[in-house]
Design a protein around this ligand. Structure first.
Ligand SMILES: NC(=O)c1ccc[n+]([C@@H]2O[C@H](COP(=O)([O-])OP(=O)(O)OC[C@H]3O[C@@H](n4cnc5c(N)ncnc54)[C@H](OP(=O)(O)O)[C@@H]3O)[C@@H](O)[C@H]2O)c1
Length: 222
């Protein structure tokens, strides 16, 4: 499997932007590819209880975009943000969150700024049919704080089908080391190319599936 380091991926994204392929467009393609993969592999998303557990970076943003695409399939979707709306870091993730705020009939949105708020909805995570782990991707740094740490435990406790976006949260994208703990996914849907740290960590990654996000071949050149 062809791999890429987080640093190389950042360079590819910068090149995309210079060529006019914005990060927002890449995020849109990621969300669409994730939803398409799930629709095909799970056969039917109708009435499935799907919970997206999202962080405040672009990994969360990919989860927001995927939630919107899945809402068209008649799934029962809850998006849980581990933080407050004002904590969302990037313009692309904010933009996708603001769309979800307007989808008042098709998506339930929860903001969970601390462990106490998360504890109140723990059963929703544990009883989900499908869980999307959009907590951390390549942006993980240091010891995992709360409520993220408890969210990883709850995902692992669930019997639902666990889908990690780009990287299982807690796994280091470069060397595959585990930061304290990590999501044990059934499948990892990784964007553009497999991140190097995914190799040899099947216990955490499950099956690794690479999906396209519309990167022009010319953006690979340094
Ligand atoms: N589709 C696209 O266009 C696109 C583009 C780029 C990236 N991505 C996706 O987004 C990912 C990278 O996005 P990103 O750089 O924004 O990073 P990220 O992986 O989304 O993680 C960054 C977020 O996690 C928090 N965080 C990091 N370490 C933490 C810890 N130990 N405990 C608690 N919180 C922690 C950060 O908060 P603090 O800063 O407060 O620590 C920040 O909010 C990629 O893996 C990919 O999935 C998508």
């Amino acid at each position: 499997m062809e791999t890429i380091t987080p640093q190389q991926m950042r360079k590819v994204e910068q090149n995309c932007e210079k060529m006019g392929v914005s990060l927002l467009l890449l995020m849109e393609n990621a969300g669409r590819s994730i939803a398409d993969y799930l629709k095909t592999s799970l056969k039917d998303l109708k009435r499935k209880k799907i919970v997206v557990v999202a962080g405040t970076g672009n990994n969360g943003g990919d989860g927001f975009a995927a939630a919107r695409h899945m809402a068209r399939e008649g799934a029962d979707i809850t998006v849980m943000l581990l933080g407050k709306a004002g904590d969302i870091k990037t313009a692309e993730a904010i933009s996708n969150w603001q769309i979800l705020e307007k989808m008042t009939r098709s998506v339930k949105l929860l903001t969970l700024p601390d462990k106490e708020a998360l504890d109140m909805v723990s059963e929703t995570i544990v009883r989900a049919d499908v869980l999307l782990d959009a907590i951390f991707g390549t942006g993980i740094r240091g010891k995992i704080r709360e409520p993220h740490s408890t969210a990883i435990d709850l995902i692992n406790r669930s019997r639902g089908f666990k889908v990690a976006l780009d990287i299982p949260s807690g796994l280091d994208p470069l060397d595959g080391r585990i930061h304290d703990k990590g999501v044990r996914a059934d499948v990892t849907i990784t964007m553009h190319k497999a991140k190097k740290g995914l190799l040899g960590q099947r216990k955490y990654t499950g099956e690794v599936v690479v999906v396209p996000i519309g990167v022009p071949p010319e953006a690979e050149e340094s």
